[in-house]
Design a protein around this ligand. Structure first.
Ligand code: NAP
Length: 282
């Protein structure tokens, strides 16, 4: 089975559009901040604006020079933070090396943190009071729901432990309600093949093309490919799709798998942020 992220993302976006159409007098706005001219980051930001527009969400973009200093960047975030017309703030990552990312993210008020990366929202996720959670792992959870994939009591393995993807993915899969038993693997994990072979649900978020092969996959397992590697031949995932699809119960393609779900969940989080701010009565 192909787990079609593109299809589910369109469904989610259309649901949001329908929901927002009931409140046509209320405008909600997502602001994106991009530092520098990285082509991939520009592409992602452009996609987020297009999708926001298609869902009936207004958007605003702040483009900054790659050599901007820490203080000036933080001041830009503070402006968006205090702007009542901005409901969600997304800082496109990665930031240039001379910038302290954590200090920038700390300037985003928790209720406008549509990427779910601030300390407050991460803390809430750990405590099980999910409000705004990181979009990519949320997207995987939405795919699991859309395809009715059982998680309760199942064994899940997440490869990659970043605060952007792997760590929140582990928390979401092991949270009450999802109830999976989760192993979090990383670059120091020994016997990765054996660890992955135990997984009913396998999520790979590394960024190493084709590293998850049929040898890693238990027959019938559900495999979610988050990793992205850009090559001259296009985008490749962590999962060696051709060999894995023969053994897995389901697998996300790359592209058109977890990527569109990340963007759709950003829209979901923007609506949720507006709701937390008391702007939307839902
Ligand atoms: P990251 O911060 O670089 O984290 C990568 C993780 O992979 C680290 O935890 C690292 O372990 C682990 N790792 C590296 N080599 C490994 C190996 N050989 N075996 C097992 N684990 C290994 O990256 P990220 O921000 O989490 O993103 C991960 C990937 O997802 C990237 O390719 C990124 O482009 C992609 N991504 C995709 C989406 C989407 O929508 N599909 C969204 C966001 C990111 P250590 O911690 O030990 O170093």
């Amino acid at each position: 089975m192909i787990i079609d992220g593109k299809k589910v993302a369109i469904q989610l976006r259309n649901q949001i559009k329908t929901q927002l159409a009931q409140f046509s007098d209320i405008q909600i706005t997502l602001a994106t901040v991009l530092v520098g001219e990285d082509p991939a980051s520009k592409l992602y930001v452009g996609m987020k604006h297009r999708e926001a527009h298609a869902a009936g969400i207004h958007s605003k973009h702040v483009s900054l020079q790659k050599d901007i200093d820490q203080q000036s960047l933080e001041a830009e975030i503070e402006k968006l933070a205090s702007d009542d017309n901005v409901n969600g703030i997304l800082v496109q990552l990665p930031l240039p090396k001379h910038i302290n990312k954590d200090r920038v993210l700390a300037k985003i008020p928790a209720e406008k943190d549509v990427d779910g990366l601030t300390e407050v929202n991460m803390g809430r996720l750990i405590q099980g009071q999910n409000q705004l959670v990181p979009c990519t792992p949320l997207g995987v959870m939405r795919l699991i729901e859309a395809y009715n994939i059982p998680t309760c009591g199942k064994t899940a393995v997440v490869v990659g432990r970043s605060s952007l993807v792997g760590l929140p993915q582990m928390l979401l899969l092991s949270a009450r309600g999802a109830d999976a038993t989760v192993t979090l693997a990383h670059s120091r994990s020994e016997n990765l093949v054996e660890i992955c072979q135990r997984a009913d649900i396998l999520v790979s978020a590394v960024g190493s093309a084709g590293m998850i092969t049929a040898a890693h996959v238990k027959p019938g397992a559900m495999v979610f490919d988050v990793g992205v590697t850009r090559t001259a031949d296009g985008i490749l995932g962590d999962v060696d799709f051709t060999s894995v699809e023969k053994i897995a119960g389901g697998v996300t393609p790359m592209p058109a798998g977890t990527g569109p779900m990340t963007v759709a969940c950003l829209l979901e989080n923007t609506v949720k942020a507006a709701s937390l701010q008391g702007i939307l009565p839902i």
